[in-house]
Design a binder for this molecule. Structure first.
Ligand code: AMP
Length: 396
């Protein structure tokens, strides 16, 4: 029996899933939110029950200790040494990491060095790493990078057309994100297609954050996020691609400062910014259905920005065999899938099976046999990839 915990430490949160790796089942999962505040929230799911506790949790170290104490108290594990490995999600691996690695001093130093590229995330991941290392020193630790899957991009796809010295001296380039999800979904899609030797897949990861990736023969060849996760399609609160001149114009015309503009693009834009209703797709959809024109406009922009990337990647891949929908919107909204596929239908010859789209569950094909492109829904599972990589690298 080997148990592995998959961890995603954010600046004020810590998500976890504990796996029994013999059969890859999730034993328990949950999240600790609002770490550092008086009213932190600890949510843990076990045996079909969900416990939610509000209590002050000072820092990540206290959060990890609380989690581990709870595992013992609830008899989820008898001894913490049953946890043989901890897999840490790391947002930014830069050009250093094209795959997951065992965390040692050198890896820690590189994750730390890359904090300038992911100031909110990388320091938080290291805080999580140290907290687990102290609490369960016998467990091995592995880092799984959100950027690693996109390290197969070629320079012609990741270099920005700005002076080259900023790439050489300052590492400014496209890194992409959601790589673990794009890897999982595209691999699962290839399996569902019968593992063909050649495959051209577009993965649409549509959640609060969203990105599309073109995957050729299992390798990421382009992806919509860029230097940071602000680029690409329209998201819940992020703008995605906009003309950078907007930044200077707003500073000059409106008197915003640079920090305010960047915050506006990250936190006040996207579905929220255009609709004025919410960053949550469901709320925007409901408002649009009730006649809210700005909510409808937000949806229209969202769908058009998704199909614009699908169009680009169709060309980049030299055609497309399959489009996969995943993440909160992609997995759950038959409406979003239908709208996007309708917009693609004429150009790509896509035909959706309404019953499979609306009533189906889990991994499935939702296109008809006549469709020129296969369309799948594949719920993503980044935690499982993290746990699998941890098991493999630690030889468990
Ligand atoms: P994620 O970041 O992957 O958790 O996705 C969050 C997004 O998924 C939010 O915009 C939600 O509104 C959206 N979402 C979740 N469930 C549904 C649903 N049943 N229908 C439409 N959107 C959904």
């Amino acid at each position: 029996m080997s148990k592995i915990i998959s961890v995603n430490a954010g600046s004020s949160s810590l998500k976890f899933q504990l796996f029994e790796m013999d059969d890859e089942t999730v034993i328990t999962s949950g999240v600790i939110e609002r770490i550092g505040l008086e009213d932190s929230i600890f949510t843990i799911k076990y045996n079909g029950e969900k416990d939610v506790t509000t209590l002050p949790i000072e820092n990540h170290k206290v959060a990890v200790q609380l989690l581990l104490d709870t595992l013992i108290k609830k008899e989820i594990v008898k001894d913490l040494d049953e946890i043989k490995g901890v897999g840490h999600r790391v947002v930014q691996g830069g050009a250093y990491f094209d795959q997951s690695v065992i965390i040692d001093d050198d890896v820690v130093a590189k994750i730390d060095e890359l904090k300038s590229l992911a100031p909110l995330h990388n320091p938080a991941h290291l805080t999580g790493y140290y907290a687990f290392k102290e609490a369960i020193p016998n467990a091995g630790a592995v880092a799984v990078f959100d950027t690693a899957f996109h390290q197969t991009l070629e320079p012609k796809s990741y270099i920005y057309p700005i002076p080259y010295k900023y790439y050489v001296e300052n590492k400014v380039r496209k890194y992409g994100a959601h790589g673990t999800s794009h890897f999982y979904v595209s691999s699962r899609c290839r399996e569902m297609m019968g593992n063909p030797k050649h495959s051209r897949i577009i993965v649409a990861h549509l959640g609060a954050g969203g990105s599309l990736t073109a995957v050729k023969d299992g390798k990421s060849i382009n992806t919509s996020m860029g230097f940071t996760p602000l680029a690409g399609i329209m998201m819940g609160t992020r703008s995605g691609d906009v003309d950078p001149s907007v930044i200077d114009y707003l500073i000059e015309e409106v008197g915003l400062d640079m920090k305010e503009v960047i915050k506006m693009l990250n936190k006040e834009s996207g579905l929220l910014g255009v609709s004025g209703v919410s960053s949550d797709f469901r709320d925007v959809q409901e408002a649009a259905a009730n006649g809210n024109e700005r909510a409808q406009l937000a949806l229209d922009i969202f769908f058009r920005r998704v199909i614009a990337y699908i169009g680009r990647y169709f060309i980049a891949l030299g055609g497309v065999d399959a489009i996969c929908f995943t993440a909160g919107i992609g997995e759950n909204s038959f409406f979003a899938r239908k709208e996007i596929c309708n917009l693609l239908a004429e150009a790509l010859g896509i035909e959706i099976d309404d019953d499979a789209n609306v009533n189906g569950k889990g991994d499935r094909l939702i296109s008809t046999p006549n469709s020129k492109v296969k369309v799948y829904v594949i719920p993503t599972n980044e935690e499982l990839v993290i746990a699998r990589d941890t098991k493999r690298l630690l030889n468990l």
